[in-house]
Design a protein around this ligand. Structure first.
Ligand SMILES: [Mg+2]
Length: 355
């Protein structure tokens, strides 16, 4: 595939609240869909196309994992602080999740990643007394390429959903938000470019730009000036991302792999469902690659609210399968509440009930 081939994939328009909802639900749906095959080798399991129980963590079908929980923690922090980044508040909420299952769909944390666990231990040693102390401690210990996991990228979506009206602020906030747990340059730029793409989509939705295509969005990706040479070579200008084959795409927890896999699936597929099935069946860090894909793709394809779709009708986002996935998702009301908070933060707006 070449960038020119993307020019016919036009952005579906919808009210902003709809897009906020489909983005966050897109993240949660793909997280829950991929959870049962996390850690599994590609090709070693039957194709996943429905919600299955997560036997690794012994949780029922439709259970979303740390990706969604931490995104919801971050979203509540933004909602509670009028859109401002407060890393001390973020860390406290992530800690509540780890300790007491805050924002989990099961009431307990069952899958804390190593870097996040490490970072929260560092915050704990500062007794959550000041943002500065916590950030300094995390930076001192975890600002290394060996801590380039996808743990901040998988949760960063709400930064874009909250601040999309100002691209400069979104990029700055995305870079700041990673510092709570993943301070190194590759994690920072992965979060920044991802939020830049989501915010660009929302700006074009608001402008009702009917001719905005995936090719235009791809140019935004290519225009990003990466300091991380490796990340730039993986997804930036001249990376050859669109020409890569499925077999060449890796889906590990390394942030470079996760971002590359999610972007590749988004740009080379034609519907939310197609890209979702592609990503989660990559195996390995399937739920997180799915979540990263799902947030971006949910924002792009969303064009109707779940409540507005009856049994027989379909939209670009809500195919029969996606409706089933949404119906099988655990605790959707927790996600709906967060969407409501994000809509408020965006100044309200029309678009019916969120879901
Ligand atoms: Mg997970």
């Amino acid at each position: 595939m070449k960038p020119e081939d993307l020019s016919t994939s036009l952005l579906p328009l919808a009210p902003i609240p709809t897009k906020l909802s489909t983005a966050l639900f897109g993240l949660a749906i793909c997280d829950a869909l991929g959870g049962p095959v996390e850690f599994k080798r590609r090709g070693s399991f039957p194709t996943v196309s429905k919600m299955l129980p997560n036997t690794t963590f012994k949780v029922p079908a439709g259970s979303w994992t740390d990706d969604t929980s931490l995104a919801l923690c971050l979203a509540w922090s933004l909602i509670s602080n009028a859109g401002k980044i407060d890393l001390l508040d973020h860390a406290k909420r992530y800690y509540q999740w780890r300790e007491r299952g805050y924002m989990s769909c099961t009431g307990h944390c069952f899958d804390c990643g190593n870097t996040i666990r490490y970072a929260l231990t560092l915050w704990e040693t500062t007794e959550f007394t000041s943002e500065e102390k916590g950030v300094e401690s995390v930076r001192k210990t975890l600002d290394k390429s060996s801590f380039s996991g996808n743990g901040s990228l998988m949760r960063v979506l709400p930064v874009a959903l909250a601040g999309w009206r100002d691209l400069e602020v979104v990029v700055k906030n995305a870079g700041r938000s990673t510092e709570a747990t993943h301070p190194n340059v590759m994690c920072r730029e992965a979060c920044q470019v991802y939020c830049l793409l989501v915010a660009t989509i929302l700006q074009n939705v608001e402008k009702k730009n009917e001719s905005f295509s995936k090719k235009d969005l791809f140019e935004v990706l290519e225009g990003f000036e990466f300091q991380s040479k490796e990340l730039g070579e993986a997804v930036g200008k001249g990376s050859g991302l669109l020409g890569m084959k499925y077999e060449e795409i890796r889906s590990s927890g390394y942030v470079l792999h996760s971002l590359q896999a999610a972007l590749w699936a988004f740009f080379t597929s034609g519907s939310f469902e197609e890209g979702a099935v592609l990503t989660v069946n990559m195996g390995d860090d399937a739920d997180t690659v799915g979540a990263i894909y799902g947030g971006l793709a949910g924002c792009w394809y969303g064009d109707a609210l779940y409540d507005d779709i009856d049994g027989s009708s379909e939209s670009g986002f809500w195919t029969k399968k996606v409706k089933e996935w949404r119906g099988d998702l655990q605790k959707p009301e927790m996600i709906e509440k967060v969407v409501g908070g994000l809509v408020e933060l965006n100044g309200g707006g029309t678009g019916g009930s969120v879901a």
